[in-house]
Design a binder for this molecule. Structure first.
Ligand code: FES
Length: 80
């Protein structure tokens, strides 16, 4: 599975980097690195939305760093 995180400048300011590192830690902790791949992408055209654009299987989510754990539980684990 691929998780694509927007690393455009607007999302960068909203914490994209922190989201990437949190996801990396969770994936490592759950030993899922052979199943989940993180990818960066440039602006997804949703800069005005609150939160960093994150795409999973063509579905877009808008994440804040503090919501990463919940997002992983709710949206990622159920898709594996
Ligand atoms: S910079 Fe992320 S949606 Fe525009």
């Amino acid at each position: 599975m691929e998780i694509t995180i927007c690393i455009g400048s607007s999302c960068h300011l909203k914490g994209a980097r922190e989201i990437v590192s949190k996801l990396e830690k969770i994936i490592e902790k759950c030993e899922l690195s052979n199943q989940i791949h993180l990818k960066g992408a440039f602006c997804m055209g949703k800069c005005s939305v609150e939160g960093v654009s994150v795409k999973v299987e063509d579905e877009l989510f808008y994440l804040k760093p503090e919501n990463v754990e919940q997002f992983f539980q709710d949206e990622i684990l159920r898709r594996l």
